[in-house]
Design a binder for this molecule. Sequence first.
Ligand code: ADP
Length: 167
Amino acid sequence: MTKITIFQGDITVQKVDAIVNAANTSLRGGGGVDGAIHRAAGAKLDKACQRLGGCLTGEAKTTAGFNLPAKYIIHTPGPIWRGGNNNEEQLLQNCYQNCVLEAEKHHCHSIAFPSISTGVYGFPLKKAAQIALQTLIKSNSSLYITFVCFDQQTYRVYQETLAALLN
Ligand code: ADP
């Protein structure tokens, strides 16, 4: 039985084993949640990311959490929304699946996700919430999963989507 909690807040302050970064394929930091995580984790994160040599969309790579309360950061580049006919849904599903696999590989008990791809990458929020929650429910993982929604609209859509999926 998958345990999923949704709340509104800042992912960088979460006291969990791993937080997920909605990264870009260079892994060199950017805007949004990626920038916030790099700022909070400190400069050592960029050095560690450089050594990883980038990451393909939908895949996931792990670093230490450095100055964050979280032990690990799992970096996954989400798909950029290009109208929906460019494998965006499958790639977003891959992000969530691969992050769960990475967390399990590192023996994590808890993981926090941001809403991958729904910021600058433009993935429609409702569709993204459905894919995110459905994929995590289907993963049947024993991880404690938290969704950390930054803004109220994202929080509301994830809450409503989870309620609908459980009905
Ligand atoms: P993407 O490029 O994958 O779309 P963004 O960072 O632009 O990534 O946006 C993804 C989501 O992360 C958005 O809902 C955005 O509001 C949210 N976000 C931004 N900063 C934070 C933060 N500190 N904690 C959690 N979520 C955040």
